[in-house]
Design a protein around this ligand. Structure first.
Ligand code: IPM
Ligand code: MN
Length: 362
């Protein structure tokens, strides 16, 4: 197979980590035999400051012709909050109808977690975050802005179609994972008695088609508690856009931090986009200290979505070998290696590790 990969390195440390991701993609292609081309796109803060352009509609149409998108990071300290988020990142997610934000929370061997007495066995779940609706839809406005009588609204949009396709995806994924075969709906039905009633009813109705999958429910505040106290109780969590945004930062911390957390913005019927979920980290830009593993895991997720399952697994195993045996820490500047060296280590592990070899444990 041959793929056309659109690459948006973006801002800050984005280009540095994407470079390592592409290094590993190249090694995976050589090893497992798929072919690909890449096309770079300049969008992000630097491009905006130079041209005042965020993301033109024509580029969305062009990106729709690619096989997948690899994104570094979007965010610039000199650009007012909201412009790049809405104008680039959310425009990509919405414009390509990437209605699932898939965020695995998996503790790799050798990685430090702030949770005492929890290890890779206990921290292994996936969050399915709805990615096109809720408070993110951009519905709302001001009345009497700037006056003492000002009113501001931001409406949570929840459509039956949007909720159902997300929940259905989550049930299918739970079945495919075949671990605990348990899907937890994370919402706030005790307060959001309209919007989350729709979620709860849909969860239950669609669930009737999946009698082999256990259904659980957790209010979002309680889910935060369980993620810390008993993360092993989770298998797959399905949740709204806003709650998913929040709980996946919590998830990223228990899996070892932003250096390792990756996600996929999926349109299962269209073009998906993969990204390390940490931001542009301006503080570390250009220093060769940022951890590229999250971007490399994003590449593994991309390969999986493209159907290159063997390559995806081998990249993930190579990452696990490196966390288990090489890195001192996952934190930027504390890895014991530079950004480029970590990428090289993953390539080396990918090229030399016999498939099925034990990963070892520090
Ligand atoms: C994320 C980010 C984005 C979000 C921001 C940058 C718009 O926090 O990918 O989780 O809220 O979805
Ligand atoms: Mn977020």
């Amino acid at each position: 197979m041959s793929y056309e990969i659109a690459v948006i390195p973006g801002d800050g440390t984005g280009p540095e980590v994407v470079r390592e991701g592409l290094k590993v993609l190249e090694a995976a292609a050589k090893k497992t035999g798929f072919r690909y081309t890449t096309t770079n796109y300049p969008f992000g803060g630097e491009h905006y400051l130079k041209t005042r352009e965020t993301l033109p509609d024509a580029s969305i149409e062009e990106l729709k012709k690619s096989s997948a998108i690899l994104l570094g990071a979007i965010g610039h300290p000199e650009v007012k909050p909201g412009i790049l988020e809405r104008g680039v990142l959310l425009k990509l997610r919405f414009g390509m109808d990437q209605y699932i934000n898939l965020r695995p929370v998996r503790l790799y061997p050798g990685v430090w977690t702030p949770l005492k007495d929890k290890g890779p066995e206990q921290i292994d779940f996936v969050v399915v975050r709805e990615n096109t609706e809720d408070l993110y839809a951009g519905v709302g406005g001001f009345l009497k802005k700037g006056t003492p009588d000002e009113v501001a609204t931001q409406v949570s949009i929840n459509t039956r179609k949007g909720v159902e396709r997300c929940i259905r995806f989550a049930y299918d994924l739970t079945r495919k994972r075949n671990k605990q075969r348990k899907l937890t709906l994370c919402a706030k039905t005790n307060v959001l008695t309209y919007a989350h009633d729709l979620w709860a009813r849909t969860f239950e109705e669609v669930g009737r088609e999946y009698p082999d999958i256990k259904q659980e429910y957790a209010h979002v505040d309680a889910a935060c508690m369980w993620m810390i106290k008993n993360p092993e109780t989770f298998d797959v969590i399905v949740t709204t856009n806003m709650f998913g945004d929040i709980i996946t930062d919590l998830g990223a911390m228990i899996q070892g931090g932003m250096g390792i957390a990756a996600g996929g913005n999926l349109n299962p019927e269209g073009v998906s986009m993969f990204e390390p979920i940490g931001g542009s980290a301006p503080k570390y830009t250009g220093k060769g200290q940022i951890n590229p593993l999250a971007a490399i895991v994003a590449v593994s997720m991309m390969l999986d979505a493209l159907g290159e399952t063997a390559a995806a697994q081998q990249v993930e195993r190579a990452v696990m070998f490196v966390t288990a045996n090489k890195l001192k820490s996952l934190a930027a500047g504390k890895m014991g290696y530079t950004t480029g060296e970590v990428g090289d280590l993953v390539v080396w592990a990918l090229e030399t590790l016999p498939v099925g070899a034990p990963l070892g444990q520090r």
